[in-house]
Structure formats: structure tokens, C-alpha cells
Write a protein that binds this ligand. Structure first.
Ligand SMILES: Nc1ncnc2c1ncn2[C@@H]1O[C@H](COP(=O)(O)OP(=O)(O)O)[C@@H](O)[C@H]1O
Ligand SMILES: [Mg+2]
Length: 254
């Protein structure tokens, strides 16, 4: 479904990604792991049009998307969350989630004038879907709150509601449970499992190894901008390169 070929990204001459190649198969969960600074967020940004790779190609459903801007990538059915939350703080929680449906709500001024009842019906439907998404993350009671005043865990779940409300074909999640408490982590984990069993394709950046081992079909390991291993969670867990580069270092710092 998603294919990266020799993707490289430099920041001021320093390589953040070097010749990264892997595929995200349809209907499966691919976890992207690696120590801090490995290039995971940069890779998500290069895939979603937020950043342009310095080199290499990104294809989605056999179509090259490397040069597309972020809003066009979104229109193709790719949704994402950001490691550092990107909500509109003054908009309500509901309106933030509705922005996840803007691709579907689009209508011209002429259409708005000619087909008012139809559009009102359409708007009601979109609101209903946004409310359902909020409900899945136990946020219905905060629908009218400005997003800026929410606690961190709630903000994080509003982002997830916004990313999933359009039922995207491909979902890229950058550390969705980082900073959440145990209860919130369990709730998000449950939602990810539901999305997985509904056949959604996911690329999941996550440090919570228990979650990765449980939910991922395939694991890709990045270290210093290079892809050092790909395999099932079990294969990756036993890979000496990974143990040395990643898990060993994690344990050393833990
Ligand atoms: N916008 C940027 N400008 C300059 N350097 C960046 C930028 N974004 C990331 N980097 C650098 O690229 C490397 C990879 O960062 P990042 O993709 O955020 O890693 P990860 O998400 O795996 O922790 C780091 O060395 C980081 O400092
Ligand atoms: Mg990151």
C-alpha cells in the first residue's frame, strides 16, 4: 500500500534519513521503532508531504506521491497524528475533529446557494460522524470545550479522533500513547486494535514495546537514519543488531 524507496533527508547537510526502503502492506500494522533521533518523525513527515525527501520516492497504491503537498496527500486517504500535537487551540474539540473531514465537506459557493437543504443534511451527517469519533475516545462530554484547555491525554486523543474520523485507508501515528497514563494507554490500545481488526493499514511509531509486540504484524527498525532491520516482532526482538542498537541502549538508559 505504501512503498518507500531509498528515501533520504538531510537537514543542513546532516543526514536524518539515509536510503530508507520498506513497504507497508495493506491491512497490516507496521511498527516503526528506533531510539530518539533515529529519524522516525522525519520519515512520517516525508511520507505525508510535510517535508520533501532530499532523495528517493514514496508511492501510495502504486502512485508516486513524493512531490505532493500535505493537503493533497490527505485527500488520497492518508491521515496522521503529530508527535508534538497540532490542534487548533481556540476551536472546539468537535470542530477540531471536523477538520479531519474537510476533504469530504468541500462545496462551492454556488452549490451552497443552490442546494441548501442538501448541504444542511450533509453538515449534520459530518457532525454525527465527528461525535461518534469523539465517543470512541470517551470525549463526547468535552465536544464544546476549546481544545487548548484540555489536559495532555485528552488532546492526544482528540488528535486520534481527528485522524481516524475519515476512516482513512492509511493511518500514520507518531507515538500515540507517549505521555499517556496507564488507563489512557489501555483505551488508545483498544482503539488501535479495533482499527486493526477493521482492516485499517497503519504505520505506528511507538516506544511502548508491549504495545508494539502485541499489535504489530511487521516491525521496521531505524537507527541513525538507516533501516537496520525488518521482520515480525519476534524476529526483530531476537535480531542481535536491534538488541545492540536499540533495546540494549534502551535498557542501558532505563
Ligand atoms: N526540522 C529539522 N531541522 C533540523 N534537524 C531536524 C529537523 N527535524 C529533525 N531533525 C533532526 O533529524 C534527526 C531525526 O529526528 P526525528 O525524525 O525527530 O527523530 P525521531 O522521531 O526518531 O526521534 C535528529 O537528529 C533531529 O535533530
Ligand atoms: Mg519523533
Amino acid at each position: 500500500m505504501l512503498k518507500l524507496e531509498n528515501v533520504s533527508k538531510n537537514f543542513g547537510g546532516l543526514p536524518a534519513l539515509s536510503d530508507v526502503s520498506f513497504e507497508v502492506p495493506q491491512g497490516l500494522v507496521t511498527a516503526l521503532i528506533g531510539p530518539n533521533g533515529a529519524g522516525k518523525s522525519t520519515l512520517i513527515n516525508c511520507t505525508t508531504g510535510v517535508l520533501q525527501p532530499s532523495k528517493g520516492t514514496v508511492s501510495f497504491q502504486q502512485k508516486k506521491i513524493t512531490a505532493l503537498p500535505a493537503h493533497q496527500v490527505a485527500r488520497l486517504g492518508i491521515a496522521r497524528t503529530f508527535q508534538n500535537l497540532k490542534l487548533f487551540p481556540r476551536l472546539t474539540v468537535l470542530d477540531n475533529v471536523l477538520t479531519g473531514l474537510t476533504c469530504e465537506g468541500g462545496s462551492s459557493m454556488l452549490m451552497a446557494m443552490l442546494r441548501l437543504p442538501y448541504l444542511r443534511h450533509r453538515e449534520r451527517q459530518l457532525k454525527l460522524r465527528a461525535m461518534e469519533a469523539l465517543d470512541r475516545f470517551s470525549l463526547s462530554d468535552k465536544a464544546d470545550w476549546p481544545a487548548g484547555i484540555l489536559a495532555y491525554g485528552d488532546k492526544k486523543r482528540v488528535e486520534l479522533a481527528r485522524a481516524t474520523v475519515s476512516q482513512p485507508d492509511l493511518l500514520l501515528l507518531d507515538e500515540p500513547v507517549a505521555g499517556l497514563n496507564a488507563e489512557e494507554t489501555a483505551e488508545v490500545g483498544e482503539q488501535l486494535r479495533l482499527l486493526r481488526s477493521a482492516g485499517h493499514t497503519m504505520l505506528l511509531v511507538e516506544h511502548d514495546m508491549d504495545l508494539v509486540m502485541e499489535i504489530a504484524d511487521q516491525v521496521v527498525v531505524l537507527d541513525s537514519g538507516k533501516c537496520i532491520a525488518t521482520g515480525t516482532p519476534e524476529e526483530v526482538r531476537r535480531n542481535p543488531l536491534v538488541l545492540e542498537a536499540y533495546l540494549g541502549r534502551m535498557e542501558a538508559t532505563a
